[in-house]
Design a protein around this ligand. Structure first.
Ligand code: SF4
Ligand code: SF4
Length: 465
């Protein structure tokens, strides 16, 4: 082990790379915490089990076998390649060469698997590129996938190829260098050994190529790490906390507004004791919060966490009955809009503002967006989209990382109804009927049993609202 200028340079590059990522991660954490508080404590074992199945085990991906298989290759490749990154980091910092070689046969298994997965990753990336750009997979064609999201998806694929090329350059040059020097290179290199013929027979050139591959691989990884916060690929980190904090209650169960629940209970049962409203620590009254959500800070922090976990895969939109029948609603777009809006209003991770890149192109020309009052509701998501939702939960069921677009939709609808009385007319009629008749229909409670008049019924008990 010897410490050289190269090690010092690597130390500086690594500190800069991880430091910049930590700076961006802090901004994203702050963005998530602008959401409303929601107590997610408890049920730790249940949550860990779900994280193991859904996030680590990719359980929900296996509903569609082709993309599941391709994704599995990239996912396992990512995990195994990370072991190699640890080796590169140690070598870079301490001047060692293939530090993990002391593992012996296990090292051969690791490097061999790494190479095979690297080659499969390149093939999977080609298939992904073709599916996204050349074939007509409907879920990759929504208006919200234009501009930055489309470019982003392709950048990720190109970067993965560049990283793999750098890896094979490093290994093949190192292998040939050792062969020409009559030495054994520890490890197994089933792919690179096929590529050595492409490399020169010159020792100096091979040493340079090995270093170029090594530096390109690790600098590429650090750049990619810092690109993640601006990309949908951030899900490779955020999917884990998002699944951990996802709902445990049955999917069809809606949350109630506590204050309204108390009011209704008090109406139904005069003896019901309405709890005293919560206060600040100094005993003063809490500032009133609006019903539902108008903007991102009215949503729960878990909804904002979900916005950073979305893979933009479109599985939710592809099963949404509203979307399938030509309505404007796309649950994927609701989640993407939430992330764009929180970064517009608060912190953008980088100086570059990806959410604004081609912002116009990302919206359907039919959307009636309010450009003056730029909030999540109306500035990004229109009431027309929200009222198209049938609350069927199909999007929630389909999401591979347990995102719940319906929760945000319901919160924005609540705002429209309870704060603006801006429900569609058909719903307003139903609300009046519930208020006046105790039922959604336009009939008096006393007429409720009229249908039984001609039946063999001897006595009717009048019903009151
Ligand atoms: S719950 Fe709403 S957004 Fe989700 S799939 Fe059903 S209709 Fe679409
Ligand atoms: S919400 Fe889930 S299903 Fe929908 S695009 Fe995002 S990750 Fe995919």
């Amino acid at each position: 082990m010897h410490f050289s200028f190269q090690n010092l340079l690597f130390l500086l590059v690594a500190v800069a790379g991880f430091g910049l990522f930590a700076w961006q991660a802090r901004k994203i954490r702050a963005n998530i915490l602008v959401g409303r508080d929601r107590d997610m404590s408890g049920h730790v074992n249940e949550r860990l089990w779900k994280t193991l199945l859904v996030a680590f085990g990719q359980q929900k991906m296996f509903k569609r076998l082709t993309p599941a298989f391709l994704h599995l290759i990239v996912y396992v490749g990512f995990i195994v390649i990370n072991v190699e990154v640890i080796e590169i980091m140690v070598d870079g910092l301490f001047g060692t060469h293939r530090f993990l070689q002391f593992l012996g046969p296990l090292y051969s298994a690791l490097t061999g698997t790494n190479e095979l997965l690297g080659a499969l990753v390149v093939l999977a990336v080609v298939a992904f590129w073709w599916r996204r750009n050349a074939s007509v997979v409907r879920r990759f064609t929504g208006p919200e996938l234009r501009a930055w999201p489309k470019l982003d998806a392709n950048i990720i694929l190109y970067v993965e190829v560049v990283l793999m090329v750098a890896l094979f350059t490093m290994n093949a040059a190192d292998l040939k260098l050792h062969q020409l020097e009559g030495k054994d290179l520890p490890g197994a290199f089933p792919v690179s050994s096929l590529l050595t013929g492409l490399f020169p027979d010159n020792l100096t050139a091979l040493a340079v190529l090995e270093r170029v591959g090594w530096w390109a691989h690790i600098v590429g990884i650090l750049l990619f790490l810092n690109y993640l916060p601006s990309s949908k690929h951030f899900h490779i980190i955020m999917a884990f906390p998002n699944v951990f904090y996802s709902r445990l209650v049955p999917q069809g169960q809606f949350s109630n507004v506590d204050s309204i629940t108390h009011e209704v209970k008090a109406m139904m049962d005069p003896s019901y004791a309405v709890p005293a409203p919560a206060t600040n620590p100094d005993g003063s009254a809490l500032a009133p919060t609006p019903f539902g959500a108008k903007d991102v800070d009215d949503l729960a922090w878990t909804n904002l966490l979900s916005a950073y976990s979305c893979t933009e895969c479109g599985r939710c939109t592809s099963v949404c009955p509203a979307n399938l029948t030509g309505k404007l609603l796309s649950p994927r777009k609701i989640i993407m809009d939430t992330r764009d809006r929180v970064e517009e209003k608060y912190n953008s991770p980088l100086i570059f503002h990806p959410s604004l890149y081609g912002a116009e192109a990302k919206h359907n020309p039919q959307e009636q967006l309010d450009k003056e009052n730029h909030t999540l509701l109306r500035g990004y998501v229109t009431p027309e989209e929200l009222w198209a939702c049938t609350t069927c939960n199909a999007c929630v069921e389909a999401c591979p990382v347990n995102i719940n677009p319906l929760e945000s939709i319901i919160e924005m609808r609540r705002f429209l109804v309870l704060e603006e009385s801006a429900a569609p007319n058909s719903l307003n009629v139903m609300f009046s009927n519930i208020e006046n008749n105790g039922a959604p229909w336009a009939f008096s409670p006393s007429d409720r049993f009229n249908w039984a008049d001609d039946l063999f019924v001897t006595e009717k008990t009048p019903v009151t609202a």
